[in-house]
Ligand binder design. Structure first.
Ligand code: C2E
Ligand code: MG
Ligand code: MG
Ligand code: MG
Length: 282
């Protein structure tokens, strides 16, 4: 009986594996057509200076509106886009969309408005991307590079070939933000080697933040270190006023999270900007 069960389980397993593989193939095919079919859009989440209440930064977060599946999370399709190389095209689309939007918000909201975009290693390795296409696009929009910041993760800094690429990007005036800081493998020596502009404290340090907790100590250490090295600090995943208060007291420069706002469409963000002029801390 045990043998029978085992065999059945095996059949069941392969069947579901086959289904998963089939679903994956379909997703890849759909992803190939998604750009042409205009199924992507960017949401924007404010990055707030809590002392002044100023909002002159936002992070762009991609969404895929799939005709049958509904909204697909970037956590589900970005890895596939990376494996298939589609991320290069998608990443360039994200760059162009963000640049267009940054131009609008610089004109009608704040002259130093900046949109940060998430980038994948593969995308930054692609020849000519940054120097060529991005440069041309910024020129065409008459937009300074500082209107854009790229978010990279620690792992990228460990790759030797990335050093020259980073310099190319920075020569365009584009700023660099180290995303999900504290969760990767990289050592602090990379902060010395590269000229990074922002350090984003990962939301896992913020989630259970309480006075005197180890997360509090770690946040404080990260902020002090970043400031000594000349970086500004953004804390992500702020959901409560207590978290915000603690981080501000610890010297954090910017906050991002549901406490301020969820990622929003461009129209929703416009409304949010109209309301957000008062200081959040008193
Ligand atoms: P990330 O860059 O670390 O982005 C922050 C994620 O945290 C976003 O998830 C955001 O919606 C979420 N978040 C914001 N505030 C809060 C909060 O207060 N609490 C909690 N629990 N979460 C919060 P999202 O939009 O699902 O994006 C997930 C990841 O997908 C991003 O993580 C980023 O790594 C990647 N991603 C998003 N857009 C792009 C893109 O255009 N290109 C690439 N290559 N990756 C992207
Ligand atoms: Mg990010
Ligand atoms: Mg990330
Ligand atoms: Mg992050």
């Amino acid at each position: 009986v045990a043998k029978e069960e085992g065999r059945n389980r095996f059949h069941y397993f392969t069947a579901s594996m086959q289904e998963a593989a089939q679903a994956r193939v379909e997703l890849i095919n759909d992803l190939r057509g998604a750009l042409q079919k205009n199924e992507f859009r960017l949401l924007y989440q404010p990055i707030v200076d809590p002392g002044s209440g100023r909002v002159h930064k936002a992070e762009a977060l991609i969404r895929w509106q799939h005709p049958e599946r509904g909204q697909v999370s970037p956590l589900d399709f970005i890895p596939i886009a990376e494996e298939t190389g589609l991320i290069v095209e998608i990443g360039n689309w994200v760059f162009r969309e963000a640049a267009k939007q940054a131009r609008v918000w610089r004109q009608c909201h704040s002259p130093d408005f900046q949109i940060s975009i998430n980038t994948s290693p593969l995308q930054l390795h692609a020849e000519g991307i940054c120097t060529g296409e991005w440069y041309d696009y910024l020129q065409a929009l008459e937009l300074p590079g500082a209107a854009i910041a790229i978010e990279i993760t620690e792992g990228l800094l460990m790759e030797n070939s990335f050093a020259t690429r980073l310099l190319e990007i920075q020569r365009l005036g584009i700023e660099v933000s180290l995303d999900d800081f504290g969760t990767g493998y990289s050592s602090m020596s990379y902060l010395k080697k590269f000229d990074i502009d922002y350090l984003k404290i990962d939301k896992s340090f913020v989630r259970n933040l309480r006075p005197g907790s180890s997360d509090h100590a770690l946040c404080e250490a990260m902020i002090v270190m970043a400031h000594k090295l000349g970086l500004k600090v953004i804390a992500e995943g702020i959901e409560t006023s207590a978290q915000l208060g603690l981080l501000s007291d610890t010297g954090c420069d910017y906050g991002q999270g549901y406490y301020f706002a969820r990622p929003m469409t461009q129209t929703e963000f416009d409304d949010y900007l109209k309301k957000s002029t008062a200081p959040l801390l008193t």
